[in-house]
Ligand binder design. Sequence first.
Ligand SMILES: Cc1cc2nc3c(=O)[nH]c(=O)nc-3n(C[C@H](O)[C@H](O)[C@H](O)COP(=O)(O)OP(=O)(O)OC[C@H]3O[C@@H](n4cnc5c(N)ncnc54)[C@H](O)[C@@H]3O)c2cc1C
Ligand SMILES: Cc1cc2nc3c(=O)[nH]c(=O)nc-3n(C[C@H](O)[C@H](O)[C@H](O)COP(=O)(O)O)c2cc1C
Ligand code: FES
Length: 546
Amino acid sequence: MNTEFLGKTLSGPFTIPSGIVTTTTPIIQYMFDHMPQIGVITTKSVGPEPRAGNREPVYSQYAPGCFVNAVGLTNPGARIAADAMAQLRIPEDRFLLVSIFGGSVAEFVEVAKIMAPVANGLELNLSCPHAKGYGMAMGQDPEMVKEVTAAVKAVVDIPVIPKLTPNTDNIADIALAAVAGGADGLCAINTVGPGYTSSHGEPVLSNGAGGMSGKGVLPIALKCVREIAAVTDVPIIGCGGVSSAADTREFINAGSTIVGVGSALTGMTTDDIGSYFNQLESDLSFGSDKAEAHIRYDIDMDFEPVVLVENKRVCEDICVLTFDRKINIQAGEFVFLWVPGVGEKPFSALSDDPFQLAVIDVGTFTHHLMDLAVGTEVYVRGPHGIAASPPEDAKIMAVAGGTGLAAVYQLARDFGNAEVFTGARTAERLYYLEECQKIAQVHVATDDGSQGFKGFVTELLRARLQEMSQAELDKLVFYNCGPSPMVHAAAAVQREFCRDDQIFSAIDYLTKCGVGICGACAAPDGQRICVDGPFLQGSPSRPEAS
Ligand SMILES: Cc1cc2nc3c(=O)[nH]c(=O)nc-3n(C[C@H](O)[C@H](O)[C@H](O)COP(=O)(O)OP(=O)(O)OC[C@H]3O[C@@H](n4cnc5c(N)ncnc54)[C@H](O)[C@@H]3O)c2cc1C
Ligand SMILES: Cc1cc2nc3c(=O)[nH]c(=O)nc-3n(C[C@H](O)[C@H](O)[C@H](O)COP(=O)(O)O)c2cc1C
Ligand code: FES
């Protein structure tokens, strides 16, 4: 569906607004290569310096299709972002819109100069409602909007598109100020608010409040786009609460050239997003309204309480936590554990009944769990991710290092006919062996030989595979989980004997929202492990920063 936008003929009229899904270059490249409906790719907002952003929770659902977020402008800084984006292959009929932010006019100019060479256009984030000192305060002042726009226009020769805040009673004046500053187009709206969500009496977001997005903000977005279109004739990127073809038509009628679909993609796998935009395009062509059926209104981000009944220390930095109840989780899926005031982090369930976790101490949250007191109530959301589904006659070969056993024990238990390979530095770091032996043939390796085979678990694995006939090898399905070097080494051994489509690996990429929105968990091929995984085919390595 060709769309004219700022002098380019684009392959489609859609974008995914800044900060949602297309936040890293592997995901952006995948969308360029596979989703022509998304004519404009908008990047995560990039600032002058790297920002870690807020600790999790960063995204909260307050009603089906309605969200608040406080990601906190996480970004690697302009120089690293520009280097990563320079590697992108941008098709002729697509538009890379790089979103930038700064705390002052000078910072906007600095970032614009760095990003312009790798962009088709710059979006100015003048409207973030929850990151102090950035965005909204500037975006509410027409003079400031004009000054920033003019200053950026003066140093770049590509289109500049200020993104406006809905949190004002004079968006038309702000739009006029932006155009007076030289804006080539406008984007509206950024998130509304900030708003606040709570669960079990505690604020969900670690930031307390966050910007509201999704279905609930649609009427505000439509009002803003109408008011902007009434006073300017520059092209408008309209977004805020769009989920259906009917919404898209409303935005086009209101004056949008490009329509953004953001929060509505919550919970969708990469394939789901492809099917959704296909349907949306078809709806626009044929006057139907079927795309909304793809939206995951069933995504459950509520927190269920669980109470700790045992905290067993395996060694200095590993513990097994046992809770007072069963949770519903299938092999391969994962959950988030939330401790209000401390944060939330993803974990595989070592077992579902009773709910148990194996935890290794690597940082703030996991360190807190090492001494979590019996009787403490904490909260679980999920399950998230895709359950494993090996063929019925498959033999499972589960290869685990460290707490990776948590991701594979239930697999071996539920699908039967399994062998578990578990490795550790020393015998004292091994746990759950008796339970594993009840459900599978178990192979143990320790680096120092203090238990089982002396050496790496991958050597044990190779020896076992060498004993097998081709017919036996053809029936194997491997599930690898553990530290990245172990996973890659295991997959390399498996490839000596078997096909790539028999190998699945879970690498614990940094995970933030857990529902596919923030893009933090992108694998190098653009899959997001929280929705497309956690087990991905092969053994994807860690992506470069982007
Ligand atoms: C699907 C999934 C299942 C998981 N299952 C388990 C499990 O069963 N048991 C378990 O112990 N852990 C598991 N993890 C990993 C666990 O979520 C992280 O160790 C945890 O988020 C770290 O939080 P923290 O606050 O302790 O560390 P932070 O304070 O956030 O970080 C400490 C340091 O570790 C780095 N870091 C943090 N997380 C990661 C990461 N994922 N990859 C690489 N570096 C990282 C940080 O950059 C920092 O340098 C799983 C992760 C995923 C995605
Ligand atoms: C998780 C999340 C992160 C976001 N990050 C940014 C950002 O970095 N820059 C920006 O201009 N807008 C950001 N936004 C706002 C969106 O780009 C968009 O304007 C808003 O969500 C409304 O669209 P939607 O209702 O379709 O999600 C973010 C929104 C969400 C939900
Ligand atoms: S997309 Fe946010 S953690 Fe996966």
